[in-house]
Each structure stands twice: as C-alpha cells, then as structure tokens.
Design a protein around this ligand. Sequence first.
Ligand code: 13P
Length: 255
Amino acid sequence: MLVAGNWKMNLDLAAARQLTAGIVSTVGKPKNTHIAICPPFVDLDATYSILHGSGIKLGAQNMYHLDSGAYTGEVSAPMLRAVGCHYVILGHSERRELFGETNQSVSQKAIQAKTHKLVPIVCVGESLAQRDAGVHEGVVEEQVRQSLESLHVGESSELVVAYEPVWAIGTGRTASPEQVTQMHTHIRSILVELFGQKIGTGIDILYGGSVKPNNALELFSQPNVDGGLIGGASLNADDFASIVASADKAATIRF
Ligand code: 13P
C-alpha cells in the first residue's frame, strides 16, 4: 500500500514545515504502507530536512522532460533528485486540463523520471461527461497505454498509477467501490499486458478523488486498490494519519 499526499498549490514555507512536522509526529510507522508527501517545489528542500529519517518519502507534483537549459519556469528531474525527491506526480488532471498536458508529454516525462531514478505517479481519469457518455473505460485505457507504453519497467516498484476520476476530485463525491473496482481491474489488465504478469500485478494502483478518513478503509479494501492519492485531506495531519492507518488496516486484511 502507498498513501501519497498531493498538496497542490497550497502552503508557504512556514506552513509546509509545520504540516510536515505534524505528519511526522502523527503517522507512526505503519507495517505495510509506504507514505509520501508532494509539496510545492519551493517547499521541497525544507520538507525533506524534516522528513529525513522518518521513512516518509518526498515527491514533486510535476517536472519537465529535459535535464537543463533555456526553459524558463521549469524544473528538471535531476533538480528534484538533488532535493531528495523519490516520486514525481505526472499528468494530474489539473495539469491536463489547465496546463495542456497530454498523454505524449506525460510519456516523455515518465521516461525522463525513470532515467533519473524518480518513481512516476502517473495520473489517469475520465471527466464526468465521459463517464456519463459511457466511454470512461476507453478514455482511461488510452491514457494508460499512451502514457506508459514506451516505458521500460524493470521492477514493479519503479512505477505507480493513480486513477482519479475528474468528477471526484475536490468535490466530496467519491467513486463508488464498484466503480473503483471495475476501473482498477481494467487498469491492472492493461499493466499486465504492457509489462508482463509479475511486474504488472505488482505495480501500485492508487485511487484519488475525495478520499477522507470516513471512506478510506472501504475504498482501500477493494481489489486492485493499492492505496490513495490524497488532495484536501492531506493538508491536515490528523486526517492524513487516519487515512494512512486505514490503508495499513486494509493491507493487513488483504494479505
Ligand atoms: P481531493 O482529495 O481533494 O479530492 O484531491 C484528489 C487529488 O486530486 C489528488 O491528486
């Protein structure tokens, strides 16, 4: 299991330090669950100093697909590695919708992340219109294939996929356990096809979209759900710790 907090564009340096310290002191040491936090770029260095030694991993929310150069405003994989990042979120729906991210750019970035030994958390998910039109499985399948098919994955721990239905993000409306199971099982079959049985079955598939302390256990108990990518609730140490505890409980029940 993996629980990752996506802080999005929230928290300045002082607030990031405070929340990180709060998370370190509340999450404890779950047996079967890895934990990550993904603060804004400017908070990464400071949060890493606080996380260091806690077992909690650091992630970024985006990066560019080249090492360095005249790309004003961008941040590279080597830079993220240098401040202690283990993960990088790629292709979040907010980046796809608001900043023109495509499956092709996500693919380039995922290859670059892996080259620099960052673990990409590749996000996929359909819009409400796509779900209502009944094309959600096809949309997500295309996102998974086009974002990942050029990737060389030697171990299942080198890649994470996050299913985040756009209509569930920040809305308080989660996908139902049946909807989550159906999509995660579909994603699993594509991963097995792309990367083989051993690696494809081992890749963590996270669910994201209004995961809260009161629904996390049910969501994480579904087949092929290997944890969560948490937005709003990751900005509160107690809520985040409770979600981590639910993941660990689900892991204990499952294995
Ligand atoms: P919320 O948990 O706020 O719905 O956000 C989910 C998300 O987008 C995580 O990446």
